[in-house]
Design a protein around this ligand. Sequence first.
Ligand SMILES: [Zn+2]
Length: 216
Amino acid sequence: MGGYGSGRTGYKQKAEDCRSLDVNRMHREGCLNPGWRGSWVWSVSGEEVGRIDCAAQTGKLVLNYHVRQYGEEWERIEQSVGLTHVDCHFGNSRPYFRCPGVVNGQHCGRRVGKLFAGGRYFLCRHCYDVGYSSQSVERYDRMLRRANNLRMALGGEPGTANWIAPKPKGMWQRTYQRKRFEIEWCESQADNLFISRFDDLLSMHERAAFLRMGKI
Ligand SMILES: [Zn+2]
């Protein structure tokens, strides 16, 4: 039995960097039929890069694999993933995985088409946050940079912890108001991007505290 080493310590991963299981593909290839056993293999340019053993049972798929976190020993994992079917048109039904992830003590249970091996387990993209693209990171940085430049142009210090500088002498009140508004807008955009990234990991209280709302 093969395995894969995650080797990555960052919390942020892109979907294409991860091994994933596609419920429709597995369904098409008969791997979800109760009683089916076999290996699911990932390859790049015809070369095998990872493999797990699967056994389909009624209502679930049992995965068996070895995984190695960065700098650690290989570890054997057995993971059971629930399967569910949802009726669609013309009497057909399509299968879904039930994400087995547990975040903040809460079972995820989302009905998903794909599971990703971003760490030790196969979980949905919400649990691993793999759908969070570098584009959003760039946008987050850009928003804060723009706000900081405006803050400094007004003679203030960068960073949301600082007050925005008072109106410089000779600047129109209206111009000053517009710049203040722009700073606040950029910073709230960055807040929202940050929040959407950790949405699944933050409690209501933490989210409210971060957004500096008065009450939950
Ligand atoms: Zn999940």
